[in-house]
Design a binder for this molecule. Sequence first.
Ligand code: ATP
Ligand code: MG
Length: 498
Amino acid sequence: MSTELLRAVNIVKTFGPTKALQGVDFTLHAGEIRGLIGENGSGKSTLCSICGGIYGCDSGELYLKGEPYHPTSMVDAQKKGFAQILQEMGTISGIKVADNIFIGKEKLFTKGGFVNRKAMYKAAKEILLSLGVDDIDPKAQIDTLNFEDRKLVEIARAMYDQPDILVVDETTTALSQRGRDIVYNLCDRMAAEGKGIIFISHDLDEIIEHCTALTVLRDGVLIDTLEKDRMEPELIKSLMVGREMVGDYYRSDYDPTYGEEVVLDMKDVFDGRQLKGFNLQLHKGEILGIGGLSECGMHEVGRLAFGIEKPLQGHVKLGDGTEITQPSVATKHRVGYISKNRDQESLMITATVAENIELPSLKDLSKGGLVFSRDEKKLVEEQRELLSIKCASINQGVNGLSGGNKQKVVFGRWIGNKSEILILDCPTRGVDIGVKQSMYQLMYQLKKEGKSIILISEELAEIIGMSDRIVIMKDGQASGEFMRSPEISEHTLIDYMI
Ligand SMILES: Nc1ncnc2c1ncn2[C@@H]1O[C@H](COP(=O)(O)OP(=O)(O)OP(=O)(O)O)[C@@H](O)[C@H]1O
Ligand SMILES: [Mg+2]
């Protein structure tokens, strides 16, 4: 066996009543790309956070290259050679790209009390280029970048110190194919140089293709580590959930059935940036999938349909003629929206699980100005059960939830609100395969009840698996349209994306 880079021995971690890790032993060797998989809340991020100095553990020991290792903070861990790309957004708003890359390291560019910004921009540019990113300006304000580019900036920050160990926590689900390839290349390169990678993902195909071994966690316990030759999807799934998974994953029919009634109409929409005369009609009982490359404008379609942004020209109207001008109008007319940028746009991060779920339903719940807490509790508990949201109680802050469980809370909010139209931008991002399956079945059931869904996604498999009709976008316009059929493959669609 090659050199041992990291060893965690008998790690125990609790958060109040939650046992996040129950005595985990984990070893990472040089040259490994080690996958880490497990249901939402199984302890993956917590294990890496402990190794990365973000949390201390209740008990257990850590060794880095054979030496006792006690990281005191993320910066301290990074100095010792352990870097992490966090699951949540890890860039800092209000400052430039280069400042984000060199945060805490300004000293490198300081002489006589002055920061040599020119040298800093140059160094930032070099590190971005070394990742294969040539279109991010180090001088740009970080807030002008989209989600994907901000993730790439985070990667650049992690790579500057040339770490021995890199954690990639659910990063690829937030990225388009281009961003994913950047991450895969980086992992391959590091592994070839004898570094080690811990790669967290819920995407089995991705793990099987890119990881050299895979560790499965369940309820804070390390279940098994599979070498490449044992990485079989069915085995992995059963190790993850502790039982065989049965039933359909996506919907099983191939009938594109929906009503003629148009419930949402986007006409000749220009938004001044991505969309250039975009048209879209959503029908009653339709699941309409929208796919494309990350810059094609599909995420903007979702934002406009919910009123977060207003068209400069053209309109977004509901079936009854109501124009969607802002989110409050959309919500009032039972339009629900899940943003790709969950933590900043969908969740009230400082509020509880209950408050987040009941937010748009308060009006329905209140009778004569009073909200009855019994009804409130019922609504929230129903969603918690339906989506198996893992939380200590519904009064727990969403901040303490694992990434996938946060996503379930946002989903539950709009199901609980009995939305007639759902605009879902990457709704299953970071959700484990068991819950993903429930979400797909739920979408299908909603469709059959006559609800209408726009499913915007970078996962072509899920668009193909679920949609009655698929619209592929390119450069702010529809470049192809397909009715549901067993003939459609990812290749068919990719041809219209590029
Ligand atoms: N800061 C915190 N406060 C309270 N509980 C927490 C905190 N961080 C994690 N937990 C709990 O610890 C458990 C493990 O969470 P963790 O984030 O490690 O899961 P995960 O495997 O990364 O899940 P996901 O796939 O959803 O990201 C969960 O039950 C979670 O709610
Ligand atoms: Mg996690």
